[in-house]
Design a protein around this ligand. Structure first.
Ligand code: IMP
Ligand code: MG
Length: 187
């Protein structure tokens, strides 16, 4: 049987942007910053499913202060061409966040509509604070301003896959991040 995604990433990637080692080094730096900033606060690190799950799992293991986790799953309403920014809640948090310092962990900020919606939703529940940690940001595509408190890497306006990011639900398991080949997207 052919190995999944084979040894030839050139079949589905234009270019590798960040290798596994580079990602892990940056995640360690973010973990140190978060540990320092939230010392004594017992923060809640919320993973936005599904894309942020590898990042969230790596990040929490680089945090050396007491903390806890929760998970929330969202999907964009309607087709992707409509940028209403309305988000459908697929799975809500398990517990109340009132009075808690909350850190939202996301894979990528593109237009910013998803995180803008989510930040408002969570802020309405009166947590002690709400900050955002994102692995990637495509600032060139932003439609609404979203302050990113902790950012892994800025990237160009390209469609990227790997390390949680999918194209049609595939490629989330790649340990690195790369630019999707157009030929793959065109079928
Ligand atoms: P936003 O609401 O436009 O900021 O969209 C954010 C969501 O779109 C992310 O959580 C991803 O699921 C998805 N997304 C945006 N850009 C990419 C990409 O380059 N690759 C994979 N998914 C992406
Ligand atoms: Mg996502």
């Amino acid at each position: 049987m052919k190995p999944i995604y084979s040894e030839y990433p050139g079949e589905f990637l234009e270019e590798i942007l960040f290798g596994a080692d580079k990602i892990q080094a940056r995640v360690a730096e973010l973990g140190q910053m978060i540990s320092r900033d939230y010392a004594g606060q017992n923060p809640l690190l919320i993973c936005i499913l599904k894309g942020a799950s590898p990042f969230h799992a790596d990040l929490i293991r680089q945090i050396d202060i007491p903390m806890s986790v929760d998970f929330i799953a969202v999907a964009s309403y309607g087709d992707s061409t409509k940028t209403t920014g309305e988000v459908k809640l697929i799975k809500d948090l398990d517990r109340s966040i009132t009075g808690r310092p909350v850190l939202i962990v996301e894979d990528i900020v593109d237009t910013g509509l998803t995180l803008n919606y989510l930040k408002n939703l969570l802020t309405n529940r009166e947590p002690a604070s709400v900050r955002i940690c994102a692995m990637l940001s495509k600032t060139a595509r932003r439609l609404v301003e979203v302050p990113i408190d902790y950012l892994g890497f800025e990237i160009p306006d390209e469609f990227v896959i790997g390390y949680g990011l999918d194209y049609a639900e595939r490629y989330r398991n790649l340990p690195y991040i790369g630019i999707l080949r157009l030929a793959v997207a065109q079928g």
